[in-house]
Design a binder for this molecule. Structure first.
Ligand SMILES: [Zn+2]
Length: 366
């Protein structure tokens, strides 16, 4: 079986699937689940692929994303590793979960496993949001994202994606005293924003961070720009109120509006995702933790991430015990050096399998 699972992973890596281009990988996953014996397999309107095993309670959701960041990489097998875009983030996790679940196709002792391969996680999260509309109410969930096989991710920061737009009268570049320069205006505003969120924590998980991700302005080399748009990404820790951040930034924008009669400044919210922290003592954390001890003979580490993932969306909306877990070195995510150890990938399948068995056992005891 392990050869079959490695070749499934390799095939998945060969299908380049950046966010918004998931049709081919979606069909591949549909056929894969069909071949492996899943039931009730479907593709929804967001191209998410959902397959089931068993029926009744409890329902365990295994959820991973099929899209990657853009940037195609050659798929290569070398010294026991497989490299390619998505090898770490997060096709190894997804194929590992599908493989592990498939071993229960004819013999799940209790309840139901739903595997959901969702789209657009690296984009705006539209896949998981569409999946949530389907009214599937899992009792537990594991998200497949790289944590390394000895670590379980239980916390993610929240995210705000904001756009600030400045409009000023556009004038000839030879007479810059006639108006304000929209690019310079936004840069001053940006400095103000950054000063409000200083790097004062050595623990990045507990700190609010802000970063410019895009700036668009100017259209000719002899015209002073009259429009500029700045996009920024703000990450904030669990229990931090995102409204505080919005209030501060809105105040800065309002002050600029009040102080400049012929320029206008506008704040738009592009995305707002709350932070999320899962419990270390939930049944799913314990089931997975015991599986790691069983297979690796080490105590799992529970980790917090400075990123934001689909676990934030599902954990906050369903309020069920969830964890994030998957093979691969998370520091290789989004890099041109994405590669996964085949041994680690195969071990993760065993760990997911034992975690499922442990969960059923723990659930039966409750
Ligand atoms: Zn990911």
């Amino acid at each position: 079986m392990s050869k079959q699972f490695v070749s499934l992973l390799e095939s998945a890596l060969r299908i380049y699937s950046p966010s918004d281009s998931e049709k081919d990988i979606s069909n591949f996953l549909f056929n894969t689940m069909k071949d492996l014996g899943f039931s009730n397999i479907r593709i929804d309107s967001a191209d998410n692929v959902i397959g089931e095993i068993g029926s009744g309670n409890p329902t365990l959701l295994l959820c991973g994303h099929m899209d990657t960041v853009p940037g195609e990489l050659d798929v290569k097998s070398n010294n026991g590793t497989l490299s390619g875009r998505g090898a770490v983030d997060a096709k190894s996790s997804l194929i590992s979960m599908i493989s592990a679940a498939s071993s229960f196709c004819n013999n799940l002792p209790l309840g139901r496993i739903i595997v959901a391969a969702v789209t657009n996680e690296e984009g705006n999260g539209s896949g998981i949001r569409e999946f949530l509309k389907s009214n599937i109410m899992p009792d537990f969930a594991i998200f497949g994202e790289p944590s390394g096989i000895e670590k379980i991710t239980i916390g993610y920061k929240g995210r705000l994606s904001l756009k600030i737009i400045c409009n000023t009268p556009s004038v000839h570049a030879s007479a810059p005293w006639m108006s304000k320069n929209a690019i310079e205006e936004l840069y001053l505003i940006w400095n103000d924003i950054k000063n409000n969120f200083p790097n004062e924590h050595s623990n990045h998980y507990k700190q609010v961070t802000a970063c410019i991700t895009k700036i668009i302005g100017g259209n000719a080399d002899n015209v002073m720009p009259g429009v500029c748009e700045l996009t920024c990404d703000v990450r904030f820790p669990y229990r931090y109120e995102s409204n505080k951040i919005l209030d501060k930034i809105q105040t800065i924008v309002n002050e600029n509006n009040n102080n400049n009669s012929d320029s206008s400044y506008l704040l738009e919210i592009l995305d707002s995702t709350p932070a999320f922290e899962a419990s270390k003592s939930s049944l799913i954390s314990r089931a997975l933790g015991r599986s790691i001890i069983h297979h690796l003979d080490i105590k799992p580490q529970f980790v917090h991430k400075t990123g934001t993932g689909d676990m934030n969306v599902l954990g906050n909306s369903l309020q069920i015990p969830v964890v994030t877990y998957g093979p691969g070195n998370p520091h290789l995510s989004h890099t041109s050096n994405e590669n996964i150890s085949i041994d680690e990938f195969l071990m993760s399948i065993e760990i997911y399998k034992t975690a499922i068995t442990n969960l059923i056992h723990l659930y039966g005891q409750n």
